[in-house]
Write a protein that binds this ligand. Structure first.
Ligand SMILES: Cc1cc2nc3c(=O)[nH]c(=O)nc-3n(C[C@H](O)[C@H](O)[C@H](O)COP(=O)(O)O)c2cc1C
Ligand code: SF4
Length: 440
């Protein structure tokens, strides 16, 4: 199947982009054109396409766009002068994922077309592209589009301070509102009240690139790839012990084994795959190879699609040690404002560390399981849920390993360098100031 989002070309200039894709059509909205934003044909097309968000949660993109458009209409004429906002989430704070950086570096104009089209469709008056590091010389790309008349709403690039939770949608809104990138409790959801208390559409950059393609080619074209319950293609980052780690564009529903084969297959006897990244779950290999790559199927088996991450763990690695290291990193990323997260995640990381690297005893296992219950569902963002989900997945998928560790202490494999990439980065920048670009 021909790639839709990714090309082999290093970076398409605006002229190359227009030659490859043609000009972006108008979303035909109520944004100054006299129509009603909620009636946007683009929103209907995105709903029909079945496109789901590619940032991790997999929420239907058309439904979110409609909610924002309707919230903007309800807010009335005063609101429309101030403005609904679109945020393109290119933070990619998941350390195991590389797809958003690659997409922004190869096809920034496809993402920016999606930003403009989504903004028009929901009646937004401005847009922000949020990135940790700008992988696509976005400022230059925006200027070159200006000359080509493609920026039909003002677009500003905002640098997001480091940190795992900084890419969460309410953290981005908090940043754009002039505070640090700290998540806030919902409701109100961003669709109702976001930047400057106005309706805000937050979409992942890959989702927006797909919106740009759906605007051009329609929902049936989009559905021609993928499967009925998970249409389209997705960018998948494959890493761990595979011959050719990297980002692959694959039709959803492709089997997990076929995706690993595209990455050259495992270079060592495989043991498991971490499906969905840090908020995902472990699936044993080769059994999981036949699973279709859809969030539904992966979740039913104990994994997740998440932001499209597959990490192959060889038999020579200790899955408990790998999980403990990731959990330690996630605990270090707490924004520190919700008690169960601030206190519970370090305790969970310590308990898992003891299980993997020390002598936990039966009490240790019991305590770990108790902690899972104490942190789950107890934060403003899903950091505690995601961390507990990964830990739970390790305890159940590798129950035999847990028993062996409890009986015999740490295994020899803990001395192997970790397979799952874990940044050394310290706690997030609590002050959370954007280096540039926070709107006035
Ligand atoms: C702790 C945490 C970190 C997140 N980081 C990112 C991120 O870096 N990029 C992203 O697109 N979504 C991230 N998300 C998901 C966003 O909150 C949001 O759901 C997403 O940007 C919506 O876009 P989508 O519907 O197009 O996927 C994160 C969520 C959580 C809970
Ligand atoms: S759950 Fe944790 S990371 Fe999320 S907002 Fe609360 S303290 Fe911050």
């Amino acid at each position: 199947m021909t790639a839709r989002l990714l090309t082999e070309t290093p970076q398409l200039t605006v002229d190359e982009h227009l030659a490859a894709h043609g000009p972006p059509p108008f979303a035909d909205t109520g944004n100054g054109t006299g129509g009603r934003a909620g009636d946007s044909p683009l929103i209907t097309a995105v709903e029909r396409s079945g496109l789901t968000g590619r940032g991790g949660a997999g929420f239907p993109a058309g439904r979110k766009m409609r909610a924002v458009a309707e919230a903007g209409r309800r807010a009335g004429p005063f609101h429309s002068q101030v403005g609904t906002t679109v945020i393109a989430n290119g933070a990619e704070s998941e350390p195991t994922s590389g797809k958003d950086k690659l997409l922004l570096s190869r096809a920034p104009h496809l993402v920016l077309d999606g930003v403009v089209l989504a903004a028009e469709a929901v009646g937004a008056t401005r847009a922000f592209v949020c990135v940790h590091d700008d992988p696509g010389r976005l400022d230059e790309a925006i200027v070159s589009r200006e000359r080509a008349g493609l920026n039909r709403v003002p677009i500003q690039v905002v640098t997001v301070p480091p940190g795992y939770v900084a890419g969460q949608e309410t953290a981005l809104i908090s940043l754009l509102n002039g505070a640090g990138p700290r998540p806030t409790f919902v409701p109100p959801r961003p669709a109702e009240r976001g930047v400057r208390r106005h309706p805000t559409l937050v979409q992942n950059v890959e989702t927006l690139a797909n919106i740009a393609l759906i605007a051009r080619h329609g929902p049936d074209w989009f559905r021609a790839a993928g499967v009925a319950e998970a249409p389209g293609t997705a960018l998948v980052t494959v890493t761990g012990t595979v011959a050719r780690p990297g980002v692959y564009e694959v039709p959803l529903g492709t089997t997990l084994g076929a995706v690993l084969d595209r990455a050259g297959g495992s270079t060592e006897t495989p043991q498991a795959v971490l499906a969905g990244g840090y908020f995902g779950g472990w699936l044993t290999l080769p059994a999981a190879g036949g699973l279709p790559l859809t969030d539904q199927a992966l979740r039913a088996a104990g994994g997740a699609f998440g932001p499209g991450v597959l990490i192959v763990l060889p038999a020579s690695a200790c899955p408990l040690a790998e999980t403990a290291l990731v959990t330690g990193y996630l605990a270090s990323q707490s924004a520190g404002q919700c008690g169960p997260c601030r206190n519970g995640l370090p305790a969970l990381a310590e308990a898992l560390g003891l299980l993997a690297f020390g002598w936990a005893g039966d009490d240790g296992l019991h305590w770990t399981q108790q902690l899972l219950g104490l942190v789950s569902g107890r934060g403003a963002c899903h950091l505690p849920d995601g961390t507990a989900g990964l830990a739970h997945s390790a305890l159940t998928t590798f129950a035999d390993e847990v028993r062996r560790h409890l009986q015999n202490g740490p295994c020899d494999r803990i001395h192997r360098p970790p397979v799952v990439p874990v940044p050394e980065s310290p706690a997030p920048d609590a002050a959370g100031q954007a280096k540039r670009g926070a709107p006035a």
